[in-house]
Design a protein around this ligand. Sequence first.
Ligand SMILES: [Zn+2]
Ligand SMILES: [Zn+2]
Length: 157
Amino acid sequence: MKRKIMVLALALCLLTTAAVYAGRGFSMKCQAQPDKDATTGQAEKSCGYEVEVTFGGGMFFDQVSGYCRACKKFVHVRWTRDNIPANMKGRIKATSRPAPLGEVWDAQTGKVMTIHACPTCKGPFLEIKNADELKYCPACNKPGFGIDKSKPELAID
Ligand SMILES: [Zn+2]
Ligand SMILES: [Zn+2]
């Protein structure tokens, strides 16, 4: 399938025309089947949660993405890369990668997961590396959360 690619200018990109797109943004949507009402057997209202999520950084910045349960939204921790050209330094405020809150080990999968601080509430959120890792809808917690293929994918530079 052919997908339209749009360039999402994230304020930091002023120079690039032939950038290598590192980050990707997707329109994601809850595609979970709604429950049936126990008494009437009628399908309940579907969740319909829809959101744009970006993964990975651009030319001059990098980011970690995740979902903050307390804030009920996708959040990003961003920092600038070291390669900012000298003539851009005045325009881009350099920030360093914030230290994560910590790591946890998941006994069921053996994975070590990094916990970051939500920029809004400072509470913990787990890093989501790419769209494939999003299996459950953050709003209704049912399986069936995925890319809305009718919407264009965003390239971040
Ligand atoms: Zn938060
Ligand atoms: Zn949902």
